[in-house]
Design a protein around this ligand. Structure first.
Ligand code: PLP
Length: 389
C-alpha cells in the first residue's frame, strides 16, 4: 500500500470547472423545494425520443440484441447513414462510416487518429467547452483563434494564413457551432477545406447541428471535399442525447487507423441504441424530426426579438442548433453572477458565456431555446420583472 496518495495526471487539475454547473446545482435546490425552474441552460430540447425508436429498442432487447456488435457499428446502421448522406446528394460509402459513442466518441477518435503529443489543434474561441479536452486527452494542445461577431464567431482562411504555425496539425470546426448556432459561411468553408489540403493539415468538422438549420438546407462540408473528418450524432436532430450514439465519417486515408483505434478504445457503440437508431431513417421519423426543426425555428424567431427588447445585444441570428449567444453588457458586468442571481430570484436557468470563451469579456450568455414557446414567454416575463427591480 502506498503511504501517500499518488498524484493524478496534471491534465485533470488543469480542466476548468463548468461554470454552468453552479446554475444547475441551484436549479436542483429550487426544484427540491417545489419551485418551478425554466431550463434554458442545457444542450437538449424538451422533445422526447421518437416513439418508433423507443419501440425498436424494446424489440431489440426482446430479441436478445445485447451483445457486442462489429467494432465499426451495425452494417445496417452504417448503410442507413450512408443512404442518409445520399439523400443529401453525397456519396459516402458505409466503409467510411464509424459508429461511435455520441459525437463525443467521434471527436475523441478523430483527435486520437490525428494529433501527436505536443502538436496543436486550431479552434475558434468561443467553442464547445469539451473540444479542448479531446485534444488534451491525446497529449495535444489547443491553438485558440480569437473570433468576433463580425466573423460569425467562426475562423476564416485569412485568420489561418495569419496565425497558423508548424505545430498546428489539425483544424477543428463546428458547422453550425455551439454556443452561437452560427454556420461557417460557404465561401470560407471552401477556402478552409482547401487551406487544409494545400498545407497538409487534417480537418475535423463537427456537423451534429447541420440537419438542424433554419434557413434552407445547410450544405455539409462533405460537398466541398472528401479528405476530411466529419462528426455526426443522433443526440440532437433525432433527440437521442442519452443513448450515446453518433458517427465519424473518415477520409479514406484514415479508415483503417480509426477502426484499429475504435476497436481498442471502445469495442463498439451501445448495441441497443444502434438497433433503435435504425428506426430514425424511416420516413415518418424523419418527418417528425423536420417538424421539430420548424418548431425550433419558430422558437428562435419568437425569443430573439424579445431578448433584444430586454437589453440583450444579439449581434447574430443563429443559422441553426437551438442556442442564442447574447452580450448582456448593458445589464451586467459579470454574466456568471447575473445567471446565479437570475436563477435564485426567478427560476430561469441560463448558461454563463465564460464556459465557452477565454477571450470574450465576461458579459456573454447562452440561452438555449429548449422549452416550449409558452415557457419561453414565461421566462421572458420573469426576466423582465427581474430587470425592472
Ligand atoms: C458542438 C457539439 N459537439 C459535440 C457535442 C456532444 O454531442 P453527443 O451527445 O453526440 O456526444 C455537443 C453537445 O452538446 C456539442 O454541442
Amino acid at each position: 500500500m502506498p503511504s501517500q496518495t499518488p498524484p493524478l495526471a496534471l491534465r485533470v487539475a488543469e480542466i476548468p470547472p463548468f461554470h454552468v454547473m453552479e446554475v444547475v446545482a441551484e436549479a436542483a435546490v429550487l426544484e427540491a423545494k417545489g419551485i418551478d425552474v425554466i431550463h434554458l441552460e442545457v444542450g437538449e430540447p424538451d422533445f422526447s425520443t421518437p416513439s418508433d425508436v423507443l419501440t425498436a429498442a424494446q424489440d431489440a432487447m426482446a430479441s436478445g440484441h445485447t451483445r457486442y456488435t462489429d467494432a465499426r457499428g451495425l452494417p445496417a446502421l452504417r448503410d442507413a447513414i450512408s443512404a442518409w448522406y445520399a439523400s443529401q446528394g453525397l456519396a459516402i460509402s458505409a466503409e467510411r462510416i464509424q459508429v461511435t459513442q455520441g459525437a463525443s466518441g467521434a471527436l475523441l477518435l478523430a483527435a486520437a487518429a490525428t494529433v501527436n503529443p505536443g502538436e496543436q489543434v486550431l479552434m475558434a474561441d468561443p467553442a464547445y467547452p469539451c473540444n479542448p479536452r479531446f485534444v488534451e486527452a491525446v497529449g495535444g494542445r489547443v491553438h485558440w483563434l480569437r473570433t468576433e461577431a463580425t466573423d460569425a464567431f467562426q475562423p476564416n482562411a485569412a485568420m489561418l494564413r495569419r496565425s497558423a504555425c508548424a505545430e498546428d496539425r489539425v483544424l477543428m470546426l463546428a458547422h453550425p457551432a455551439n454556443p452561437t448556432g452560427m454556420a461557417v459561411p460557404a465561401a470560407e468553408l471552401r477556402a478552409m477545406v482547401s487551406w487544409c489540403q494545400d498545407t497538409g493539415r487534417h480537418l475535423i468538422v463537427d456537423e451534429i447541428y447541420q440537419p438542424l438549420s433554419f434557413e434552407g438546407e445547410l450544405q455539409s462540408s462533405l460537398h466541398l471535399g472528401q479528405d476530411h473528418f466529419v462528426v455526426g450524432s443522433f443526440s440532437k436532430y433525432f433527440n437521442m442525447t442519452g443513448w450515446r450514439l453518433g458517427w465519424l465519417v473518415m477520409p479514406e486515408y484514415a479508415v483503417s487507423a480509426c477502426q484499429k483505434l475504435a476497436q481498442h478504445l471502445f469495442i463498439c457503440a451501445p448495441t441497443t441504441a444502434q438497433h433503435a437508431a435504425l428506426a430514425c431513417f424511416r420516413p415518418n421519423v424523419l418527418a417528425e424530426a423536420e417538424v421539430r426543426r420548424e418548431i425550433l425555428k419558430s422558437r428562435r424567431d419568437f425569443l430573439i426579438p424579445r431578448l433584444r427588447a430586454l437589453g440583450f445585444d444579439i449581434p447574430l441570428m443563429p443559422d441553426g442548433a437551438f442556442y442564442v449567444f447574447a452580450d448582456a453588457s448593458a445589464l451586467t458586468e459579470n454574466s456568471q453572477a447575473f445567471c446565479m442571481d437570475l436563477i435564485r430570484k426567478t427560476g430561469v436557468a441560463l448558461t454563463p458565456g465564460n464556459d465557452f470563451s477565454q477571450a470574450l469579456p465576461p458579459t456573454w450568455i447562452r440561452v438555449a431555446f429548449t422549452e416550449t414557446e409558452a415557457r419561453l414567454d414565461e421566462a421572458l416575463r420573469r426576466i423582465e420583472s427581474y430587470l425592472a427591480c
